[in-house]
Design a protein around this ligand. Structure first.
Ligand code: AMP
Ligand code: MG
Length: 486
């Protein structure tokens, strides 16, 4: 069967020093785990041919479809604060780009597709567990309405990969607005290649930020746009209790999508200092540090653009600083807006943010479940929220302030409940559920994966049959650490 992809590969037309061109490495026995039919249709791809043996061969990297121009992209990055001048796609191959149903250009990339010139010590492969985790969490993000890369498919390779032990190998087909990262700019800056940075800026403006095209200084305009989008994204993360886990500059998308779901996690019990990643010993990427880290990463991006901001070095630094300072304002505004929606507030009053913070403090003291407190507030009597506090007195004190604020806010109570339910999900990919799906998958049983995906596809809708998926973990189910698994 012919597997048609309407490719138009703009990144592959950039100069040769942007990538290494090579095809994926074929695998022994491709087998489809899951195809995202709805996403395929959005991309103008045919789900039936993608699920056919020829389609699965493409999704496993065993066959290259017509029109593809496969490549591994070059990039650098700060990993845990240390600069690495060359990282690059060490286990991912960009097949090409298609234009989706909204007219947006989307990358189609195979993650786990075999070694590339950027592989360094790795094997270029991906293990089943991390592939399932990325599939689940990225699609949960999409259903929550938070900007993210997507998962088009997961396939088994029929080959083992060696981590601590031998584990089944898999390939994830990732879809993204692009895979350009802060680290892509850093790669060229580290080489003093200003021409490449100009080329990259033009590409990024055309692709992601056309609103910066007409500006007097396109470099500064682009940077301002990136800062704003990134601030809005991090505010969304905080509002759902998400911890990315590896906010290295190579894992920050220029397009403002959440990318690289490694040792990430949604919090159960709320704590601002929460860390899950096994490799984040110092808590650099803890929940509440994420805005500060995003700003730090953007400062690294600004450094790559300084010569283009202004020929005068001092003026360039001044401008970069002003743009970076705007991050805090953008973030505060987006986060406050998000918190108001979570609390059911339609009007704006000073003190709203503090009201939210007082609740978070009560939750931290009581180790309350982040998701269930806010979902509980969204019920007409807010009783579900109260039940999340071992000693409800602190919550009651807070709730009377909240009720007073709601009374002042006015509006229709029924409409408020509907709006709050649309801002406070009932279902998130809880760690213990993801772990359960992975353990079943390792035994060849993907039915739990299918069931979890069905529940997470409607995160804001009460699903009485799925009540189990809304429960916090029992003590013995708590996942304390997450791993990259690379
Ligand atoms: P990540 O931790 O996925 O953001 O990856 C950081 C860097 O390590 C990137 O350059 C990856 O391409 C590379 N990398 C991660 N896992 C592997 C692997 N299994 N084989 C080769 N390179 C890898
Ligand atoms: Mg990465």
């Amino acid at each position: 069967m012919n597997v048609p992809f309407p490719f138009d590969n703009s990144y592959a037309r950039l100069p040769e020093r942007f990538y290494a061109k090579l095809p994926p490495t074929p695998v022994a026995a491709p087998k489809l785990i899951r195809l995202n039919d709805a996403l395929a249709l959005q991309l103008g791809l045919d789900p039936v041919s993608l699920a056919s043996p020829e389609g699965v061969a493409v999704l496993a990297g065993a066959a290259v479809p017509r029109g593809a121009d496969p490549l591994a992209a070059a990039y650098a990055g700060h990993q845990f604060g240390n600069f690495v001048p060359q990282l690059g796609d060490g286990r991912a191959i960009l097949l090409g780009e298609v234009i989706d149903g909204h007219g947006l250009r989307r990358d189609i990339q195979l993650k786990g597709a075999g070694p590339t010139p950027f592989s360094r010590r790795g094997d270029g492969r991906a293990a089943l567990g991390p592939v399932l985790r990325e599939y689940i969490v990225s699609e949960a993000f999409a259903a929550l309405g938070i900007p993210t890369t997507r998962a088009l498919a997961a396939v088994m390779t029929g080959e083992d990969v060696f981590r601590e032990t031998a584990v089944p190998g898999a390939v994830l087909t990732r879809v993204a607005a692009s895979h350009i990262r802060v680290g892509t700019f850093q790669y060229f800056a580290a080489r003093g290649d200003v021409d490449a940075i100009k080329t990259l800026v033009d590409h990024v403006i055309a692709r992601h930020y056309p609103e910066a095209a007409g500006a007097e200084n396109r470099y500064r305009a682009l940077f301002d746009c990136i800062v704003a989008r990134q601030a809005a994204l991090i505010a969304r993360w905080l509002c759902v209790g998400f911890i990315h886990g590896v906010m290295n500059t190579d894992n920050m998308s220029i397009a403002g999508e959440t990318i690289d779901f490694g040792p990430c996690a949604f919090m159960d019990a709320f704590h601002p200092g929460m860390v899950y990643s096994s490799i984040d010993h110092a808590g650099r990427y803890a929940y509440a540090n994420q805005p500060r880290i995003a700003q730090w990463n953007l400062a690294r991006l600004a450094e790559t653009l300084l010569p283009l901001f202004d020929a005068d070095k001092d003026r360039a630094v001044e401008q970069a600083q002003a743009s970076l300072n705007a991050f805090s304002e953008h973030f505060q505004r987006a986060y406050t807006r998000g918190m108001r929606a979570k609390l059911g507030l339609l009007t704006e009053r000073t003190g709203d943010l503090e009201l939210g913070q007082e609740l978070l403090q009560c939750m931290a003291d009581a180790e309350s479940d982040f998701t269930n407190v806010f979902r509980g507030l969204s019920a007409p009597d807010a009783d579900g929220a109260r039940g999340q506090f071992k000693d409800p007195a602190a919550f009651d004190a807070w709730a009377s302030n909240w009720q007073a604020r709601l009374a002042e806010d006015g509006g229709d109570a029924g409409a408020r409940v509907i709006a709050m339910r649309a801002a406070n999900p009932a279902f998130i990919p809880r760690n213990h559920l993801v772990e359960e799906v992975i353990q079943a998958g390792l035994k060849g049983d993907f039915a739990p994966f299918e069931r979890l995906m069905a529940v997470l596809s409607k995160p804001y809708v009460d699903q009485p049959d799925a009540a189990r998926y809304a429960l916090p973990p029992r003590p013995e189910q708590v996942v304390h650490q997450t791993f990259c698994g690379t």
